[in-house]
Design a protein around this ligand. Sequence first.
Ligand SMILES: NC(=O)c1ccc[n+]([C@@H]2O[C@H](COP(=O)([O-])OP(=O)(O)OC[C@H]3O[C@@H](n4cnc5c(N)ncnc54)[C@H](O)[C@@H]3O)[C@@H](O)[C@H]2O)c1
Length: 300
Amino acid sequence: MTIRFDDRVAIVTGAGGGLGRSHALAFAARGAKVVVNDLGGSAFGEGASSTPAQKVVDEIIAAGGEAVANYDSVLDGDKIVQTALDNFGRIDILVNNAGILRDKSFHKMTEEDWDLVYNVHVKGAFKVTHAAWEHLREQNYGRIIFTASASGLYGNFGQANYSMAKLGLHGLAQTLAIEGRSKNILVNSIAPVAGSRMTETIMPPEVVEQLKPEFVSPLVLWLASEANSDNSGGVYEVGAGYMAKLRWERTRGVAFALANGISADDVAAQWERITSFDDATHPSSGQEAMMDMFANLQKR
Ligand SMILES: NC(=O)c1ccc[n+]([C@@H]2O[C@H](COP(=O)([O-])OP(=O)(O)OC[C@H]3O[C@@H](n4cnc5c(N)ncnc54)[C@H](O)[C@@H]3O)[C@@H](O)[C@H]2O)c1
């Protein structure tokens, strides 16, 4: 095995089942010491139990690996990071994976549905990542994965709260990739598809059975490995054995002459060119994206 995690410590949040369990087992099988975090509540964010995390730890230990359970909510991120420090003395890898659903069409969505999904996915990932960040910076090494979703990338009926949270996580990942780069902290997002208790309510059982979380974990391991020395800030769609990277695409655009002002009629007249993806560009930073705007100012 070339990709190894000996002497590395990985935290996987929400690792008591589904994707997180698969990631935790895969890291441990390749030598990582793993903190298996899971609050153990329902898919809708109710209740708590130590059983799911403990079961995964037992599985890892039975297979000859090293792991410790943590039952805190990701909202207590500092306690999860402390578990890694207390038991293994460091933290190298963080997979922000914990999540819940509160699906409802927007007109039926309550503020509680909105806050709960935001809290677990976004605030929770912030709390764990923020607690880990100083340790990663100090040691000049870190790999972080955020779990986004196709719902965030494309929108999905009934998931206003969830899609907001999931695309928000990728926004966070992109900025942390920029801030972490000089300290060798690489940060990426995945938008996975897998059979789990989260998807069993919306997919037929035979599809859930086939969409194994184990088809997603290898990409997470690769991105979290030392062998990945420069991929950061990306978002990858992964599921059913398919893996692909996404990027922003922008039309060539139109730069209006500024001397006489711009009217809504000018916009209408140029709409085809504004929206045509023939000859599209792919800006990869905010600075690059703004270059056409500043170039237009200089034409004054
Ligand atoms: N399964 C998919 O197709 C799919 C698609 C897109 C995104 N995702 C994302 O992947 C991640 C894993 O989902 P899954 O499909 O394996 O579902 P899952 O329900 O099996 O896993 C989520 C885990 O997070 C845990 N959790 C929930 N709230 C927590 C909290 N506050 N603190 C700690 N742990 C908590 C749950 O107990 C559960 O074990 C989620 O972030 C989900 O949104 C999954």
